[in-house]
Design a protein around this ligand. Sequence first.
Ligand code: AMP
Length: 385
Amino acid sequence: MTIGILGGGQLGRMLALAGYPLGLRTELYDPSPDACAGQVAPLVSAPYNDWDALARLAEGKACATYEFENVPLDTAQFLEKRVPVRPTTRALEIFQDRLLEKQFLNSVGIPTPAFAPIDPAQPDAALEITGLPCVLKTRRFGYDGKGQGVAHTGEEYRTLIQRFQPHALIAEAFVPFDREVSALGVRSLTGEIAVYPLVENWHREGILRVSMVDAVTPSPPSPLSHAVGEGGTNSPLPCRGRGAGGEGYITRLLESLDYVGVLALEMFQIGDQLLANEVAPRVHNSGHWTIEGAETSQFENHLRAILGLPLGSVAPRGYCAMVNLVGELPPIDAVLRIPNAHLHLYGKSPRPGRKLGHITLRADTQEERDTLLEKLLHIYPVSRV
Ligand code: AMP
């Protein structure tokens, strides 16, 4: 079986690699001939509006999927008429627009920071909802902190609006969060659902730098975890390291959209409250640890899900941390000398802000994991805040 994948970056590359042991082939599609997934699997390089090339991509494929949510909607819709596209283009349509995304989250009872679209004719109306400070974001095509800025004063707010012109914008209340977390879930074509343990994420300049896995046990549907998202916005969160949160939300998202594939929900935690920030309808950077750290990786489970195969266990194999290699690489010898450090390089040339690879640390105890992380951060410094 061959699967067509829109996008040929590192996520496409890791999806392609996960397909090999299962005897699955992939064909990737990316406008850039240098897209790094092309180093490991066949890559078609053509623009997203090359309908002939897209029609050929659909030919003979079991299904198609996408590895980033900024694939033009009409590209995915064109493909959908020829081959099943999973997750559906409806998910793409909602989650590539920050306004539709937040409206949808609220409509299924998942709380978000206060937000409002910015009407260029009456820009200050949004401020009445969000207050100051607030975060301005372009509704579309923002990622890794691109297309956003924080306004502390009315003047900064208006300057940012000018800067982002002519893009449609939303304003969000600035959240003084304790930490950022993400929940990663997967739903198969058969309706089977599995949710990985909650992950804590450290970002710098809007880019994910470190993910720490909260739990060492899978997250069974416990009354506590179900409470998150079902009992209102102030439901209790399980203690850090003891369980997972956000399953209630992620399960609700997967079910309400009849979703098929992996989905990530990024959230802010303030005290015992979770506020949803962003949904990624695809495999996600905060799930890279699952390659070595879980019984079944997010990439394999995504492929299983979109083909209607039974899902693999999401149980973690010990304590994990994942460090992204952004902009520049550490000395490789020193990294490989760290026990249980699993290095992944994406075959991309270094450029500031570019994700070049990642390292997953896996250990039998939390103390050991923390020691390994300290060693790695000594070689490749990333501060928590
Ligand atoms: P995003 O592109 O929405 O994922 O935002 C990138 C990063 O900016 C997030 O991971 C947060 O660190 C920060 N950020 C985004 N929105 C907010 C907000 N409303 N309040 C505080 N920080 C935010």
